[in-house]
Write a protein that binds this ligand. Structure first.
Ligand SMILES: Cc1cc2nc3c(=O)[nH]c(=O)nc-3n(C[C@H](O)[C@H](O)[C@H](O)COP(=O)(O)O)c2cc1C
Length: 257
């Protein structure tokens, strides 16, 4: 199942439809029921001691991957230690989150990380490390140099800076540059299993779903997320059938021609 829930957070602040804990649990449990996993996000009201993302993953016995905002190094280390205790299989940082005004307003600064900072974080844990928010081959190279296991190609769903290139445009050059040295996820605007198939054909190892999982979680709780992910998986299979791909390994760029 090469489709995972994206790291999302702060949904309880948009309206009163769902609490932050219920939202995180819906994402974690719904993805688990569909045979996959979700990343979990980070926002300004999450702390080490009171963290809905880590709480939902802990409840599921470690079934989820936290992606932290690029907070101060010490804060990140405390969160990573907590993630290790919870039993998370990997951790990460969305490097593009350094522009978050929500964090700045809450007096919790986020930082543009240097390669030295990134290397320090990777070296701090034995868990595989994900750097998210990469849109450029040089930056992807820097992530690998810092020891990343996964490079998450993402423009944050295009919702932060209007006019950024699309992920499908930048993905091929990143795939080519990394040449298999790290796994690569891609996200942004993926709405159907056919969209998933296209990003896999462009070289992504796995694809992440943001807003459609949020909508499913608010509308249908864990069951809604399970149905959403299962639907994406079944349409992906249909696309594979129609393009003559018997397994994930046989999906390549030729099917797009
Ligand atoms: C409401 C909302 C909250 C988000 N919060 C986070 C976050 O905390 N951390 C993160 O890495 N990305 C966050 N993202 C970005 C998603 O991980 C992902 O990159 C994006 O939603 C993918 O595009 P899509 O929504 O079109 O599928 C958020 C996206 C949305 C819509």
């Amino acid at each position: 199942m090469p489709i995972l829930g994206a790291s999302t957070s702060g949904v309880s602040k948009y309206n009163d439809a769902i609490s932050e804990d219920d939202f995180c649990v819906a994402c974690v449990e719904g993805c688990r029921a569909a045979g996959t996993m979700t990343l979990r996000g980070d926002t300004f009201f999450y702390t080490v001691g009171d963290n809905p993302a880590l709480r939902s993953i802990e409840k599921a016995g470690g079934w989820g991957i936290p992606i932290f905002k690029p907070r101060a190094q010490d804060s990140l280390k405390a969160l990573i230690e907590r993630a290790e205790k919870v039993g998370c299989p990997a951790v990460g940082v969305d490097l593009d989150g350094c522009g978050s005004s929500n964090f700045a307003r809450a007096g919790k600064p986020v930082y543009k990380k240097t390669i030295a900072d990134m290397r320090e974080l990777v070296g701090f844990t034995d868990l595989p490390f994900i750097f998210k928010g990469i849109m450029d081959a040089d930056d992807a190279e820097a992530c690998v140099e810092a020891g990343a296991a996964v490079v998450a190609v993402s423009n944050h769903g295009g919702r932060v800076l209007d006019g950024t290139p699309g992920v499908a445009e930048t993905l091929p050059s990143i795939v080519e540059r990394l040449g298999g040295r790290a796994a690569i996820t891609a996200d942004g605007g993926v709405r159907t299993g056919y969209d998933v198939l296209k990003l896999l054909a462009l070289g992504a190892t796995a694809v992440l779903i943001g807003r459609d999982v949020i909508r499913a979680a608010i509308g249908g709780g864990p069951k809604g997320v399970e149905l959403q992910m299962a639907r994406l998986g079944s349409v992906l299979k249909k696309g594979m059938l129609m393009t003559g791909c018997p397994d994930l390994a046989s999906i390549d760029r030729d099917i797009l021609a």
